[in-house]
Design a protein around this ligand. Structure first.
Ligand SMILES: *Cc1c(COP(=O)(O)O)cnc(C)c1O
Length: 247
C-alpha cells in the first residue's frame, strides 16, 4: 500500500470520527483531495486508492496535470474512471475561459463579473459548472471573498445564469488553533447558507454545499456542517515549493 493510500485512509477515518461525533453520516462529507504542487504520479496513487475528486489552485499547473493523468490512466484498469476537478484558487478575470472549459466545480467565485464570464464561456456540450461563492467570514483584509453582507445580493445575481449551478458557500477562515474559534467561523458560514436557502426557496435544494475545512481544521468544519472538506497536506504531505513561486 502506498503512503498516499495510507494517508487517505487516515483522513477517511478522521472524517468518520468527526461526523460520528455530531451524529452525521460519514458519507455526507465529501473529500476533495487538494493536489496542488504535486504531480500526476501523486494523483495516480490517490486514484488507485479510490479517490476521484481533486482540487487545484493554479490554472496552468492543473491543465498540464489533467492531461498527464489522462495519458497515465490510458490502458490501466482505471482508464474509465470519472474524475472530478475542482478549481479552488483565486480567479483572474482573463483566465475564466480555460477554467470554464476544464473544471467541474469552481469554489472561489467572489464577484458577479467572474460568474457571468464563467457562464458565458462554459462550453454548451458540458453540464452547467457547479460554483460556490467564497465568503471572507473572518473579515481579513488580505483575504479574497465576499463580505457576508454581500452574499445574498451576489447569489441573487448569479443564480439565474444558464451555464452555472450555484451550489453554496466556500470559506477559508483565519487560521487559529483554538477549536472554538474555528467552529464559530464555520458556524457563521453555515448560518449564511441557511439564510440563502430561506431567502431563495425555489433554489434551496441546489444550495446544498458548504466547502470548508482543510487539513488543520477539518474536524471543526465537519462539526458545523461542512459537506466538502478540502484536504491537501494530510494526504500528499508537506508542500515543498513555496506557493508564490508557482506560475
Ligand atoms: C491549499 C488549499 C487547501 C488544502 O490545504 P491543506 O492545509 O494542505 O489541507 C484547501 N483549500 C484551499 C483553498 C487551498 O488553497
Amino acid at each position: 500500500m502506498s503512503l498516499i493510500s495510507q494517508k487517505l485512509q487516515a483522513v477517511h477515518t478522521s472524517i468518520q470520527a468527526a461526523a460520528g461525533a455530531v451524529s452525521r453520516r460519514p458519507d455526507s462529507v465529501a473529500l476533495l483531495a487538494v493536489s496542488k504542487t504535486f504531480g500526476a504520479d501523486a494523483v495516480m496513487q490517490a486514484i488507485a486508492a479510490g479517490q476521484r475528486a481533486f482540487g487545484e489552485n493554479y490554472l496552468q499547473e492543473a491543465i498540464d496535470k489533467m492531461a498527464a493523468v489522462k495519458v497515465a490512466l490510458t490502458g490501466t484498469q482505471y482508464s474509465g474512471v470519472l474524475l472530478e476537478w475542482h478549481f479552488i484558487g483565486p480567479i483572474q478575470s482573463n483566465k475564466t475561459k480555460p477554467i470554464a472549459e476544464h473544471f467541474d466545480w469552481v469554489h472561489t467565485v467572489d464577484r458577479e463579473k467572474i460568474a457571468q464570464r464563467l457562464s458565458a464561456q462554459r462550453p454548451p456540450h458540458l453540464p452547467p459548472l457547479n460554483v460556490c461563492l467564497q465568503v471572507n467570514i473572518s473579515g481579513e483584509a488580505s483575504k479574497s471573498g465576499l463580505a457576508p453582507s454581500a452574499v445574498l445580493d451576489a447569489a441573487r445575481a448569479i443564480i439565474g445564469l444558464p451555464q452555472l449551478t450555484l451550489r453554496g458557500l466556500m470559506t477559508i477562515p483565519e487560521p487559529t488553533e483554538d477549536e472554538q474559534k474555528q467552529r464559530a467561523a464555520f458556524r457563521q458560514t453555515r448560518e449564511l447558507l441557511q439564510q440563502l436557502q430561506s431567502e431563495l426557496p425555489l433554489h434551496a435544494a441546489q444550495l446544498d454545499t458548504l466547502s470548508m475545512g482543510m487539513s488543520a481544521d477539518m474536524a471543526a468544519a465537519i462539526a458545523e456542517g461542512a459537506t466538502i472538506v478540502r484536504v491537501g497536506s494530510a494526504i500528499f504531505g508537506h508542500r515543498a515549493k513555496p506557493e508564490s513561486q508557482i506560475e
